[in-house]
Structure formats: C-alpha cells, structure tokens
Design a protein around this ligand. Structure first.
Ligand code: UDP
Length: 307
C-alpha cells in the first residue's frame, strides 16, 4: 500500500486532500502544528503527528509521496506571524524536501496565486512572473511561497528530488474552512448567518475567482499522478467583485446590510486563473460554480453554529 505524508493535514485543504488520499487507498500520515486547524481537525483514518515542518518530529514513514501544504494561509493569519510564515516557507519546505530525498518520495508543493502579487497581467498564466511588492506586509507569504517554489526546482535541478509537482492554488472555499480565519467567504457567510453586516474591505470592486474545494482536490490528485513538473494553476475562472459576492451571499443567506472597512495594504485588485495548462495537461477544469458550492458551505457553517 502507498503511504503519503500530508503536511498541514489538519487545515482546510490538507484535511480535504488527506480524506481523498485515504479514499484512494493510501495510508496517510498528517503532520500539523495546529496553528490554524480546520474545526473538523485531522481526518479519522490518518495517523496524526503534532509538530511543525520547521522543526519536524520523527515521522512514521516510509513515504512514497509528500504533499507539502503546511503554512498559515489566510491573510490575517500570516500577517500575525510574518517571520514564522517566512520560516515555514523557507526552513519548513527545505526540511520536507530533505525528507523527500531520504524517502525517495514524490514531492508536491502547495504554492499560491499570491506568487503573482497584485497582477499586472490578467488572467494570470503560469509564465507570468508576477508583481509582488517585497516591502509590503503581504510579502511574508508571497515571498515565502516564491522561495519554496525556487527551492523545490533547485532540489529537482540538482537531481535530489526527481519527482516534483507544484500547484498554484487560487481562492478556494467549502466545508472544512475555519469560520474565524478571516477569509472573505467564511466572513460573509458567518456574518450573514449571525445577523451581522457583511464587512467589505475598500469599495468592493476588487475581484477574486472562487473554486469549490472538491474541484481543487480533484485537480491536486490529478497533478500528483501526472508527469507535469512545471507549475500548474488550479482555480475557478469565474471572477466576481467582492460587492457581487456580498450580494450573492446576502441573497442566499439573508440580507444583513454592509459595512465598508479600509482595504488592507497591497490587497490585489483582481485575480483570475488562466487554467489552460491544467485543462491541456491534466484534463481538469472546475465543475461547480458558486451556485452549487455555496449551499453546502453555508450548511457546513450553520452546523458549526448549531453544534
Ligand atoms: N475581504 C473583504 N471582506 C472580508 C474579508 C476579505 O472584503 O471580510 C476582501 C479582501 O480585502 C480581498 C478579498 O476579499 O480583496 C479576498 O480576501 P481573502 O482574505 O479571502 O483572500 P485573498 O485573496 O486576499 O488572499
């Protein structure tokens, strides 16, 4: 039986990925320091080890695959701990690459659309080199992930880890998210469910493109089974402004009004993935829009409130 390590496997995406790997017949070990866990935690059926990728504990291998997702990921979380975020991307990724060397494991890095910064090119293709303001507060995350990618390619070039995969994940939502992680979808739904005004940052004209978690996990699964070693964008190209998102959520959950708050520094003005590469190389594209993905997400958050 194949055995996989999922770092960050108690977080939103890691947990959903670990569940998929278990379903595909893998033995799964989760390494997570529980700094920003999903309320649902590490999945049942996986072996859970509490610890950080920066100073990893002994792990019960051997591993055929390492899925490296561990990192603070929502802006409020990484802005609270900029040095820790940079160390996770740098030292943590190096430790996990060294682990891949010793286990001769296939290594998948969870990178991000944030490598494109506040993009001058739209939509964002993988060949776009990005526009990150290195002195901005967000750079702790953006540059950590850019370094993690560069390090992964360096290990590959030096033939230390021949099997690498790099996924650039765009905004994703769905069951398993933490209600308090500060992301826009979780904020808006929880605000509407509890009768509070939706908090729009800035004038709400900035755009994002939201992918339902099941689609994203299918893409990661396909990428990890493919022979594609170049970075691959995974996300839903359905783009909308935060004002439109607020309206959509108010229509489906209830209209509780809107509060306009200041726009955070270096908040990207627009974001939409070019998914041509994922389509061509993986035969992948999202199958669920907000109309399908929001209802189960709302139900999930409602169940947390009722619990
Ligand atoms: N945002 C907002 N209200 C909130 C949370 C976020 O208007 O309560 C905005 C945020 O400024 C950004 C967008 O929604 O423009 C997406 O934010 P999120 O933190 O979900 O992800 P990001 O794409 O910025 O990493």
């Amino acid at each position: 039986m194949s055995r996989a390590l999922v770092t960050g496997g108690a977080g939103f995406l890691g947990r959903n990925l670990a569940l998929r790997l278990l379903k595909e017949g893998f033995e799964v070990v989760v390494l997570d320091n529980l700094s920003s866990p999903s309320p649902l935690g590490s999945p049942e059926g996986a072996t859970f080890v509490e610890g950080s990728v920066v100073e990893p504990p002994d792990l019960p291998g051997p591993f055929d695959r390492i899925y490296h997702l561990a990192s603070p990921a929502s802006p409020p979380r990484y802005l609270q701990d900029p040095i820790g975020t940079l160390r996770t991307g740098a030292e943590g990724t190096r430790n996990m690459l060294d682990l891949a060397v010793s286990h001769e494991a296939r290594f998948l890095l969870a990178s991000t659309s944030e490598v494109y910064g506040d993009p001058a090119q739209h939509p964002q293709h993988e060949e776009y080199t990005g526009s990150v303001q290195v002195t901005s507060s967000r750079a702790c995350y953006d540059e950590a992930k850019r370094y993690a990618e560069a390090l992964t390619y360096a290990y590959n070039r030096e033939d230390l880890v021949p099997e690498i995969r790099v996924v650039r994940i765009f905004n994703t939502y769905g069951p398993g998210m933490a209600p308090d992680d500060g992301r826009v979808v979780s904020n808006f739904i929880n605000q509407a469910l509890s009768g509070r005004s939706l908090t729009i940052y800035g004038d709400g004209s900035q755009t994002r493109s939201f992918c339902y978690v099941d689609d994203l996990i299918e893409g990661i699964w396909r990428l990890s089974n493919s022979d594609v070693t170049v970075p691959v964008n995974l996300g839903n190209p359905e783009e909308l402004s935060m004002k439109e998102l607020a309206t959509t959520i108010a229509e489906s959950v209830g209209d509780t009004g809107i509060d306009y708050l200041p726009l955070p520094e270096s908040d990207p003005t627009r974001r939409r993935p070019d998914i041509g590469r994922a389509r061509d190389r993986l035969g992948w594209e999202p199958t669920l829009g907000l109309a399908e993905g929001l209802p189960p997400t709302v139900e999930y958050f409602r169940s947390l409130i009722d619990a």
